[in-house]
Design a protein around this ligand. Structure first.
Ligand SMILES: Nc1ncnc2c1ncn2[C@@H]1O[C@H](COP(=O)(O)OP(=O)(O)O)[C@@H](O)[C@H]1O
Ligand SMILES: [Mg+2]
Length: 350
């Protein structure tokens, strides 16, 4: 079997997939999807399976990754994991909001305006605050602004269409928990410093001036993060720091309600998604709103869930949820992701 890992524009973006192939003893090669000879290089390899690491840093490279992967999957017919549909909704908040609405998936009500005048009309009619504005791309809360009143909203709209683009944070996330730990890591690894400063520069250059995305404010103390990899499920709470849970790295490993697992199983089954982190607001018991869905996601601890202090996963067997103890999140969960990819396409290694 021939596996090709599709790296993106970011330094070392292939390394977790590479490690997973080494751990499973699978021969692989790496192709940089952002380079001019991408198509020739991939065609030469004749891969049976593509392992994707989509880019979510700037719009040009996000568009590049989606377009080229679409050619590989739909025109050439090479299987890819995560699937193209999982990658299209990744780091594209406007597209994702259309997708949620069209599929009747419960989510915070979202409006996207490409015309300033339309956005201003909406703002003038808006009576309930706060309201949330988000840039299309931007992890860890960097593009999310909680707007408290009409004046601020009008300023945000004007700033987007006529000023320097939609407001966002481009530097390090100083609110982020474990900040000392992270600084220490950076000191130890110069490669990481270069990677980081490259990232901030890229983010600063990628201004969003063409549309605004506004969203209903959902009061919350936490978001649930439910992860599905193959048929393994994990869940934990991401706790609020300031007014955002994203990037806080504050986790609460509490036993998840089984209704939550049911909700995410049904959702991911429906679209055949097998590599997905779903972030949800809990409106009331067993009423959930989908905030984000990410097929590739970071992992700040060595595990994704603990039940009664025990690390493990949930499986759905004989129509029942069943907790299995064990360490299933090695290599930032890429080992399990690779196993899921091989099962998904029913390919055997070797
Ligand atoms: N509709 C909303 N209402 C209230 N708070 C929100 C809303 N959407 C996002 N937030 C807060 O902002 C954080 C970042 O938003 P999110 O959409 O998750 O973007 P990202 O994680 O890509 O930066 C969330 O973790 C949440 O705490
Ligand atoms: Mg988030």
């Amino acid at each position: 079997m021939k596996v090709v890992i599709l790296k993106n524009e970011i330094l070392n973006s292939e390394e977790r997939w590479v490690q997973s192939c080494i751990n499973k003893n699978i021969s692989y090669s790496v192709v940089d999807l952002t380079r001019e000879k991408w198509l020739e290089e991939i065609q030469e390899q004749k891969p049976d399976l593509l392992l994707a690491k989509p880019s979510g840093l700037t719009t040009p490279f996000k568009v590049l990754y989606d377009e080229r992967l679409d050619i590989l999957v739909n025109q050439i017919g090479i299987p890819c994991f995560p699937t193209l549909n999982e990658i299209k909704i990744y780091e594209n908040k406007k597209y994702f909001s259309y997708w949620l609405k069209a599929n009747n998936i419960p989510h915070p009500k979202t409006n996207v305006f490409y015309f300033e005048e339309e956005a201003v009309n909406f703002a003038n009619k808006q009576s309930s605050f706060p309201i949330v504005a988000k840039t299309n791309i931007g992890a860890s809360g960097s593009g999310v602004v909680i707007i408290e009143n009409k004046k601020e909203l009008l300023q945000y709209i004007r700033g987007t269409f006529q000023g320097t683009g939609a407001k966002k944070r481009v530097g390090p996330n100083l609110k982020k928990g474990k900040v000392i730990n992270r600084a220490f890591n950076l000191m130890l690894s110069p490669k990481k410093i270069i990677e980081k400063y490259g990232v901030y520069k890229a983010r600063a250059m990628d201004a969003q001036r063409d549309f605004v995305l506004l969203q209903e404010y959902i009061s919350h103390q936490y978001e649930w993060r439910v992860v599905r990899l193959g048929d393994s499920f994990f869940a934990h709470k991401k706790m609020l720091l300031g007014n955002m849970t994203s990037g806080s790295l504050l986790k609460d490993y509490e036993n998840p309600p089984l209704e939550l697992l049911d909700f995410v199983k049904k959702l991911t089954d429906r679209f055949n998604f097998k590599s997905m982190a779903v972030d949800l607001f809990e409106k009331s018991t067993s009423e959930y709103l989908v905030n984000e869905m990410q097929c590739i996601f970071g992992q700040s601890d060595g595990y994704q869930m603990k039940v009664d202090g025990i690390i493990g996963r949930y499986l759905y067997l004989n129509e029942k949820w069943f907790f299995e103890e064990g360490d299933f999140n090695t290599n930032e969960s890429y080992d399990l992701r690779l196993e899921s990819a091989l099962n998904y396409y029913n390919v055997t290694k070797g």
